[in-house]
Design a protein around this ligand. Structure first.
Ligand code: DC
Length: 201
């Protein structure tokens, strides 16, 4: 059974495409951005200094994170709360900490192992770091103006892109062996078909 890694910047279409690919193949789907957002939400709630890597990692390690159709953190439904502006700002700081990434990468690998090594996983470092041996690696891109319009966060997209691509640990990058697909002017169905065509029989 395949493991499909889908990476790319904010607004490139990862969630839409990953969900559709998973549905089409009958595979489970994991949104790793929701995991980083959950840690950011919990760190804000706990009032820890977001720049204190050890403190944020301690919050992450103690956290029960359930990412599915809804996102629950320690039994609280945070599906909407993790998309607010405070979390948008905090998540770039939190996800830059190596200790936090180590904790979440471990959970992502455990998730796949629990599904027999298969699934559709989306994020920033899935093909490069988390699953370098993924069956299929896709790197979605799109023009910045189109990505900002999709997200409705014109100012924030550029800031997140900069932080995601320039951080020292696991920066957003096209993994070796990844197939790049530009979603700027391509219909979702066509992008999904291109990804499905990469999956071996
Ligand atoms: O996909 P998203 O916009 O929900 O991701 C939120 C943030 O989490 C994003 O700014 C970068 C970070 N992230 C990451 O560092 N690594 C991942 N695998 C997924 C997300």
């Amino acid at each position: 059974m395949p493991l499909i890694a889908i990476d790319g910047p904010a607004g490139s279409g990862k969630s839409t495409v990953a969900r559709a690919v998973a549905g089409s193949l009958g595979l489970p789907y994991l949104d790793t951005g929701a995991m980083y957002r959950s840690v950011a939400w919990a760190a804000l709630r706990a009032g820890v200094d977001l720049r204190d890597a050890a403190a944020v990692a301690a919050v992450a390690a103690a956290l029960d994170i359930d990412v599915g159709d809804t996102v629950c953190v320690d039994g609280i439904d945070v599906t909407d709360a993790i998309r607010n502006q405070d979390v948008n700002t905090a998540v770039s700081i939190v996800s830059a900490h190596a200790e936090v990434r180590a904790e979440l990468v471990k959970r992502q690998r455990d998730w796949a192992a629990g599904n027999g090594g298969s699934g559709v996983v989306e994020g920033r470092d899935i093909g490069s770091v988390v699953f370098p041996n993924a069956t299929v690696k896709v790197f979605l891109i799109a023009d910045e103006t189109v990505r900002a319009a999709r997200r409705g966060e014109e100012a924030d997209i550029a800031r997140r892109d900069r932080l995601d691509t320039r951080r020292a640990v696991s920066p957003l990058t096209k993994a070796e062996g990844a197939v790049e697909v530009d979603t700027t002017a391509t219909a979702v169905d066509d992008v999904v078909a291109r990804v499905l065509a990469l999956v071996p029989e």
